[in-house]
Design a binder for this molecule. Structure first.
Ligand SMILES: Nc1ncnc2c1ncn2[C@@H]1O[C@H](COP(=O)(O)OP(=O)(O)O)[C@@H](O)[C@H]1O
Ligand SMILES: [Mg+2]
Length: 318
């Protein structure tokens, strides 16, 4: 047996005092890291700096425990070159804005010598509702545009549609426009002034009433899944919008989807990914800060956090 040193890990995340530990996937990863006795450190994206060709952060030693209201303790702050860590978990939540993109530029400078999960340049290149468009055979009919004539033609063809922001998250501003809905024109106007970016127009999938399945892939392999059923009065399945997590298995089609996208994820260093499937259709590939792993374990499913660290250890060992 080789006697290995524990990994030295820093987590880049939103303020840890504000997370809800019952559902937070980052926290699940940190608990498993603590079990493995890694050396854990914490910082927020606001504490990063680039100077003299080096990326620094003001990090603090972190201990975690699975206790609501008392889930962490921090040690003394020290400015540290991020290249001193074996692993950085990039786990801040969207918005995927220029601040987010800037952190990917910073972390790109130390990866892969320091293993950044997920690969920051690849995260930058794979906005969740854009990357998925590389797999049109797996998707519902989908249009990305802000051109009214394009949207009208799509609506004429598909009748019942959904409009949602391209860089939206957590179910924000997702609208269904049924056939003959007279609100379409106003909603178009509202989107065009609210969003500078193009947006997503997609065929409405009635199967959403049975749920939107979150499937986790670790290094391109299926690792666990949870179904999320929307509240009866809402289109959106997101748990943050009242969706209920329920236990689930993969259908044959979902296995096919995993097999089809797995190699692309592995090639790109997208080690921890959550995809969303409604009915038989892939709608999103989440690479920034996927969630769902605590829900999967709570429902009696696999320990995805352990699978992720196993894979990271393997990669570090070369
Ligand atoms: N094409 C669609 N048909 C039916 N429901 C949809 C469709 N697109 C999104 N939804 C509903 O809206 C929710 C949020 O949409 P999603 O595309 O996953 O964006 P977000 O990044 O905000 O989670 C989904 O979980 C689902 O309940
Ligand atoms: Mg989603």
């Amino acid at each position: 047996m080789v006697d290995r040193k524990p990994l030295k890990v820093a987590v880049q995340m939103d303020p840890i005092e504000r997370i809800d530990i019952r559902g937070d996937s980052t926290f699940a990863l940190l608990l498993e890291a603590a079990t493995r006795q890694y050396d854990l450190f914490y910082y927020t994206p606001d504490q990063m700096a680039l100077a003299d060709g080096e990326v620094f952060a003001t990090v603090r030693p972190l201990t975690v425990r699975d206790r609501e209201g008392d889930h962490f303790a921090l040690g003394e702050a020290r400015r540290t070159a991020l290249s001193a860590f074996d692993v950085i978990l990039m786990r801040q939540d969207p918005p995927f804005d220029l601040a987010y993109i800037t952190t990917t530029h910073l972390l790109e400078r130390i990866h892969p010598k320091t293993l950044v999960v997920n690969d920051p340049a690849q995260v930058r290149n794979a906005p969740e509702k854009m990357f998925v468009m590389e797999f049109p055979d797996l998707m519902p009919p989908t249009l990305i545009t802000r051109d009214l004539a394009e949207i009208k033609a799509f609506r004429a063809e598909h009748a019942d549609i959904v409009m949602k922001p391209l860089y939206g998250h957590g179910g924000g501003a997702v609208f269904r426009i049924a056939r003959d809905d007279l609100n379409f024109g106003s909603l178009y106007d509202l989107f065009s002034v609210t969003f500078r970016e193009q947006w997503v127009v997609q065929k409405f999938l009635p199967a959403v009433k049975d749920g939107d399945k979150r499937i986790i892939l670790v290094d391109g392999e299926f690792a666990g899944a949870v179904n999320r059923v929307p509240a009866p009065d809402d289109l959106r399945s997101n748990m943050a919008r009242g969706g209920t997590p329920t236990e689930t298995d993969l259908t044959a089609r979902e296995r096919e989807i995993c097999a089809a996208i797995g190699p692309a994820l592995r090639e790109r260093g997208l080690l921890f990914v959550g995809i969303d499937v409604i009915g038989d259709y892939l709608t999103e590939i989440n690479v920034t800060s996927p969630t769902g792993i605590r829900a999967i374990k709570n429902l009696g499913g696999p320990d995805v956090a352990a699978l992720i660290w196993n894979k990271i250890e393997k990669k570090r060992a070369g």
